[in-house]
Structures are given as structure tokens and as C-alpha cells.
Ligand binder design. Sequence first.
Ligand SMILES: Nc1nc2c(ncn2[C@@H]2O[C@H](COP(=O)(O)OP(=O)(O)OP(=O)(O)O)[C@@H](O)[C@H]2O)c(=O)[nH]1
Length: 240
Amino acid sequence: MEMGALRFDKVDALLRQAGVALAPPSEVGDARYLQAVLDALCDLSSTDSLTGLMNRRAFLSVLEQELDRVTRGGEHALLLALDIDHFKRVNDRYGHPAGDHVLRVVTKRLREAVRPMDNVARIGGEEFAVLCPQCPPSFATAIAQRTRVAIESAPIELPEHGPITVTISVGGAFAQPWVKGNLSDWLARADQQLYRAKQEGRNCVRLEPYASADVSAEEKGLLFGWSATDEQVADHGQSA
Ligand SMILES: Nc1nc2c(ncn2[C@@H]2O[C@H](COP(=O)(O)OP(=O)(O)OP(=O)(O)O)[C@@H](O)[C@H]2O)c(=O)[nH]1
């Protein structure tokens, strides 16, 4: 392929604007340059530019993979939906830049409040989500409360305006092993709990009640076409 036949003016401008500097093809060769452009565009299209978090599109893709893993017999996964309380008032009182500052501080605190393996994303204006893989339901309340407390526990210092108290409401829902899950259903269930948290006073956590799924070997076979031998292999794999 002739590099001269491709137009790079728009992509160059976009990457420069995003602060991405790539070595030119004359230095690294055509193939490596093209790969670097593709990688940079992938990063841009999956990142929220204000907070640096994964955006909704990228998060849905991660969630889909996790659902698949859990459905095939992994451990439970917890999805948290988190929303800043009365965020409109922050914008209205202190201005949009102050609101943006709050979004960045909330991001930092959420990242610090969860495990490195958990995925934090910004999925809407003032709405965040956290995916906690391998999360036994008995840990869920503590994890969700940790995120809530991380935001409430210290005021956020607004440049030019001083400290304000910010709180979040948190809703959570599980993906269960051996249950064929559905992405939009999982999101909707977490959102339902978030709605409950808002209705029941804000600055609180509401998790869906956990129902254990006892799935027989026969049902697993029907769901995934597994044989008893497959299952023995999988069980040995897990306990090793
Ligand atoms: N500063 C800033 N504000 C944003 C951004 N995205 C969305 N918003 C604002 O987020 C606010 C959301 O307001 P509402 O949906 O009414 O929710 P709320 O005021 O947080 O109220 P509750 O969620 O019911 O507690 C609106 O004022 C949006 O303009 C952003 O990127 N930056």
C-alpha cells in the first residue's frame, strides 16, 4: 500500500489536539507509524477526555466480556452505578469549570477507593460505574460503602470558591455464575438500585438482594454443552 494515497491531515490534527505526539513514518517506518495511529485512535475513542476514565463505549465492551466469563462459571461480579447528588447545583452555583473540577476529584477518589483490578468508568455526565470482578456478594456492601465514603469523607476544595461537600448515591447488581446474563439487564438492575438510593435520601448505597443460583451439572450441560468430564477438568483447574 502507498502511504501517499492515505490522508492523515484530520487524524494528525485530532491527535495533536489530544496531546498525542507520534514519531513520523520517516523515523519509524510506515507499518509502525500506521499501527501507532490505530492504537492512538483506539485509546481516544475509549477514553473520557475530562477524567481520563474509560468511557461508556469501552466500559460496555469490558462488561460484556466479564458477563461472558461469569456466565461460564467464574465468580460473581458486582456492577456499581454511582451518581453525584444534586450536581446541577454545583454547576449553577459555582460554574461549569467548578463542576468539571468536582468530576476530576471524584474520579481520583473512586480510583483510590477500589482495587486495581476493578474498572472505573464515566458512563454519563455525572454518572460513574465500577465493575468489580471476582466479588463475593458478602463483600459487596463494604466495597460500595467504601466508594460512597471516599467522596463524602473530605470536602472538595474549589479553586476560587473554597471547600464544598459532595456526596454520591450508589446502586449495585450482581452477575451470577452459571446464569446466562444479559448486558442491558445487568445495567438496568444496577440503575434500578441507584434510583432507589436517590429516592431513599441520596448519599446511600442500595444493592439488589442476592439470590444464590444452585445449578445442577445437567443444567450446566444444557446451558453450555458441557459434559461431566469438562466440568471435572474445570473444577480441577479452579482449585489448582
Ligand atoms: N461541569 C459539568 N457538568 C456536567 C457535565 N456533564 C453533565 N453535567 C451536568 O450534570 C447535571 C446533572 O443534573 P441532574 O441530572 O439534574 O442531576 P443532579 O442535579 O445531580 O440531581 P440528582 O442526580 O437527582 O441528585 C446537569 O447540570 C449537567 O449539565 C460535565 O462534563 N461537566
